[in-house]
Design a protein around this ligand. Structure first.
Ligand code: ADP
Length: 334
């Protein structure tokens, strides 16, 4: 796995759990969502009711799971955690719904990947706090309505647009998480360093924050590698020299690009004059699958303005040429 992969690696789950902020007040960044959510939760608590169901959307690693847990903590309610792919049949969902306690928070990660039949059951449950349990099979089957105590669904998805409109409409509050600023990432890293018991300088933290692709999960992962490096090679302090040396060793450059990202840009510039060139041709030249180039490398390169997807293929921007320290040919279009 890439060190800059925004997804969670199986062996880092316990770190993630240890580094999660517990309350809204200690959740840096996302000021809009944080303030809006704070209001929704405080008002529900004051009224003594459950809040509206909450949908959290945004790329992986930005804090959706953390916020779901914070919502439960702020409401002083237990949380049940499951995910769309784990709900393959309506019965899976019925079993969960019928065992929820009053006021409980149900966190549905990757909610867009839930089975269709379960989705329909969920609308009804969210709206009326009721499920129809089907008893029997075939023509003799009957639906027995089952009342549920009120509860709160927190759904998470990487793209709210992937949800069918009727499901999306059942969420009274939607929070869209954005990539973090380097300053917010620095605040997160500072807190993480404290929790890990590592000494870190402001410059060391800033160096890591700048290479973390706006993503707290990546920031925390890079911090652990820099800590390793500092413990073995240096003064045990996460400072700028140890951050720079460690991240060079792990191939993450000063803009957060890794070997694959730079491979794509270098191939595009050096072999194809900056493009445009078709995805498959580019991928073969890089020595990767087209799918890997498209889904793993390109999103960040496009987002950061290094690469353009044009109808005629992929093209490098002036910023890509500059980042690689190369001079674009005179007729380069971008
Ligand atoms: P998602 O569910 O969006 O993939 P997570 O909530 O699992 O993201 O967050 C991934 C990691 O990043 C966790 O270890 C979490 O502690 C950390 N993290 C995310 N957002 C923040 C934040 N605002 N402050 C501190 N840590 C954060």
């Amino acid at each position: 796995a890439r060190i800059v992969d925004p997804g969670v690696a199986p062996d880092e789950r316990h770190f993630e759990a240890a580094l999660r902020p517990r309350r809204l007040a200690e959740f840096p960044g996302q000021p809009r969502v944080s303030e809006q959510l704070g209001l929704v939760l405080a008002a529900a608590k004051r009224r003594g009711t459950t809040p509206d169901h909450v949908l959290l959307s945004g790329p992986p690693g930005l804090g959706k799971t953390s916020l779901a847990m914070i919502i439960a903590a702020e409401l002083e309610q237990p949380i049940r955690i499951t995910s769309g792919p784990a709900i393959q049949h309506a019965g899976d969902l019925a079993a969960i719904l019928s065992s929820l306690a009053e006021g409980e928070v149900l966190f549905l990660d990757e909610i867009h990947r839930m089975a269709r039949a379960a989705e329909e059951m969920l609308y009804l449950a969210m709206e009326d706090f009721r499920v129809d349990v089907i008893v029997g099979k075939g023509p003799g089957a009957t639906a027995i309505p089952l009342e549920l105590p009120p509860f709160t669904v927190v759904g998470a998805t990487t793209r709210a647009g992937l949800l069918p409109a009727p499901l999306r409409d059942r969420f009274g509050f939607t929070g869209h998480l954005d990539f973090y600023t380097p300053e917010d990432l620095a605040a997160i890293l500072h807190r993480s360093a404290g929790l890990l018991g590592v000494d870190a300088t402001r410059q060391g933290i800033a160096e890591i924050a700048g290479r973390s692709r706006g993503t707290p999960r990546i920031a925390n992962r890079l911090l652990r590698r820099v800590r390793d490096y500092a413990q073995i090679h240096g003064s045990e302090v996460v400072d700028q020299p140890s951050a720079m040396a460690a991240l060079k060793l792990f191939d993450v450059d000063e803009k957060g690009l890794d070997r694959l990202d730079r491979g794509v840009l270098e191939t595009l510039c050096k072999r194809f004059g900056g493009g445009p060139v078709g995805l498959t041709t580019l991928a073969v030249a890089v020595g990767e699958e087209p799918d890997t180039v498209e889904t793993v490398a390109e999103p960040y390169l496009v987002r950061e303005g290094y690469l353009l997807r044009t109808p005629r293929g992929r093209a490098a921007t002036a910023q890509a040429w500059a980042h690689l320290g190369l001079t674009p040919p005179k007729d380069a279009g971008t």
